[in-house]
Ligand binder design. Structure first.
Ligand SMILES: [Zn+2]
Ligand SMILES: [Zn+2]
Length: 251
């Protein structure tokens, strides 16, 4: 599985595009995880083929995680996409995708020539979509948000979306190859968000092989990075990375 970080920023960060991952799986599927305001322009820097993406995962309905979709779909239409597109997320994903498209480009939905298929996932159920296995669990965010376990049969990735892990997340993150977690602050508790120190413990407890910290609060990022740089010896048991947009990892 190859992972490209299209963005690692929070909603308002002017230096780092909104958090989003592009996955190329071992079984030849392509997934986009979240698509916020600033993601679509990043997407086309790495993937020119408008038929390539099979599945779009949306963690929750904050704009920095889904409001890049109308633009992505516009360009897919402009360049003649034909392949069906699967949207996966929580209850309401169909309404959110359709209504955001309508607001941004009112006639787009009528013109789109490819099918789009919606899948609403609930905690406790595993679902296979296009040969990719999904399991989800609620995190502790300010809006309902699902952390997701994604498996292609060889490798497993956990992506938090926003918010610290809740009980179910510990279950689905177990033994993953890469745990990508929102870490808004270094060590402070703030309602609705994770912090770097606690989330490293989460990754350790669940036996993740690698941990990637994303979605840092824009003014806290430098202190998290400098803490990590100065204390690398504390993380010898876990491959910790703080990616920036454009970084690629092969699992
Ligand atoms: Zn966010
Ligand atoms: Zn959010």
């Amino acid at each position: 599985m190859e992972v490209i970080f299209l963005g690692v920023g929070e909603a308002c960060d002017e230096k780092y595009p909104n958090t989003s991952l592009l996955l190329y799986t071992g079984n030849q599927k392509t997934l986009l995880l979240d698509c916020g305001f600033s993601v679509t322009h990043e997407f086309f820097k790495y993937e020119k083929d408008v038929n390539k993406v099979d599945i779009i995962w949306i963690s929750h309905f904050h704009g920095d995680h889904f409001l890049g979709l109308p633009l992505l779909l516009l360009r897919f239409w402009e360049q003649g996409r034909i392949k069906p597109l699967h949207f996966v997320g929580q209850k309401g994903i169909d309404y959110v995708v359709r209504s955001s498209m309508k607001l941004a480009f009112p006639t787009l939905a009528d013109k789109i020539s490819f099918d789009y298929i919606f899948h609403q996932l609930v905690e406790g159920e595993e679902k296979e979509i296009e040969e990719i296995k999904f399991a989800v669990a609620s995190t502790g965010h300010t809006q309902p948000n699902l952390g997701v376990r994604i498996s292609d049969g060889e490798k497993v990735l956990y992506y938090s979306g926003d918010g610290p892990p809740k009980e179910g997340c510990y279950e689905i993150a177990k033994g993953c190859d890469l745990l990508v977690q929102e870490t808004f602050l270094l060590d402070e508790d703030i309602y609705g968000h994770g912090n770097f120190i606690d989330c490293i413990d989460f990754a350790r407890k669940e036996g993740a092989k690698s941990f990637a910290a994303v979605h840092m609060q824009r003014d806290a990022r430098s202190s998290i990075v400098s803490y990590f740089e100065k204390n690398k010896d504390k993380f010898n048991d876990l491959n910790v990375i703080i990616p920036i947009h454009g970084d690629k990892i092969t699992l």
